[in-house]
Design a protein around this ligand. Structure first.
Ligand SMILES: Cc1cc2nc3c(=O)[nH]c(=O)nc-3n(C[C@H](O)[C@H](O)[C@H](O)COP(=O)(O)O)c2cc1C
Length: 312
């Protein structure tokens, strides 16, 4: 299978294979980021950064479930300086590193993007508009005028390559309206989807919630959410300007899930819950499984089938 390539391009970055971690998993501490560097992932994304260090929500705040995960982390992170230094230190690494940013207000994002603009970073920057787990803060991704305000603001201070992480949408009206806003900006890519917000998982034995913040409500990831992730990749691929690329995130557990994301239109994919469950060996397993499927189908590169889902 040596003639099968999983290489993919996103913006000005070439990923030796199309898989990275999903932000929040294996990317908070320097130790975790170093493990990602050593892994066979094709790239890395950092934990969504705020201006200052945040301890995040009280624990327990994350739990693996049989078919996925629930979490309400509250963006625990080291602060932008730490992640910006990491991406600058590894700027010429063969694995591209995406810098994720999640200010808690339009004003904070303006300052964060101003700081990034004045640095030498020349890779991809991701604006997270979809964190469901900050107590007292609604998800910007469900407030369409604020999406526009956020984008107007960051593009007014930063002319580097910017992508946007979106929450899942569930209605064609939402796909249409969000795509219409995104198409007005020189966005490099859309990353879809973040966790499905405010799910509930019950610990039957103890008759309790699994996690402490918000009375047990938390973001759902993993196998549970794949159909919603695929629908969002597909819906945005059909609506966005062709130059806006797509990261497919959500529910990837096997090589076939990666194949399905690409078939729906993903340029690269990210793995969250399954990386948490399995560790960085997941990238080797997924690459092997995907290559076997591609070989069976006679494909040698991702562009042979990207976006080519047949509609009946
Ligand atoms: C523990 C945890 C922390 C997360 N933190 C972030 C984050 O900081 N920024 C972000 O954009 N997404 C965050 N996410 C969402 C993931 O990046 C991903 O979109 C979601 O988990 C769906 O992928 P999966 O089904 O592979 O888990 C987090 C997910 C988990 C499980």
């Amino acid at each position: 299978m040596t003639n099968i390539s999983l290489e993919s391009r996103l913006g000005n970055q070439v990923f030796p294979n199309l898989m990275t971690n999903a932000s929040g998993v294996m990317c908070i501490s320097g130790e975790e980021l170093d493990k990602m560097l050593e892994s066979n992932a094709g790239g890395i994304i950092t934990k969504s950064a705020t201006t200052n260090y945040r301890p995040g929500n009280p624990t327990p705040r994350q739990q693996l479930l049989e078919l996925g995960s629930i979490n309400s982390m509250g963006i625990p992170n080291e602060g932008l300086d730490f992640y910006l230094k990491f991406v600058l230190d590894h700027q010429n690494n063969e694995k591209p590193i995406i810098l994720s940013v999640s200010g808690l207000s339009v004003e904070e994002n303006k300052e964060l993007f101003t700081q990034i603009q004045s640095s030498n970073f020349n890779g991809l920057i991701e604006l997270n508009l979809s964190c469901p787990n900050v107590v007292g803060k609604p998800q910007v991704g469900y407030d369409f005028p604020t999406i526009k305000e956020e984008l107007d603001t960051v593009f007014s201070v930063c002319d580097k390559q910017i992508g946007v992480k979106l929450p899942p949408y569930f209605d064609f009206f939402q796909f249409d309206q969000v795509a219409e806003i995104l198409n007005q900006f020189p966005i490099a890519y859309v990353n879809t989807i973040n966790s499905i917000g405010n799910g509930m998982a019950v610990d039957l034995k103890n008759e309790s919630a699994y996690i402490k913040p918000k009375g047990g409500f938390g973001g759902i990831g993993g196998e549970f959410i794949k159909p919603i992730a695929l629908s969002n990749v597909r819906a945005f691929r059909k609506r966005l300007n062709p130059e806006i690329q797509i990261i497919g995130t959500g529910g990837i557990k096997n090589g076939s899930d990666v194949f399905e994301h690409v078939l729906c239109g993903a340029d690269i994919v990210q793995i969250g819950t399954e990386l948490w469950r399995e560790g960085t060996g997941v990238f080797d397993r997924l690459a092997d499984e995907l290559k076997i499927i591609m070989e069976e189908k006679g494909y040698t590169k991702l562009s042979d089938f990207r976006g080519k889902l047949k509609e009946l």
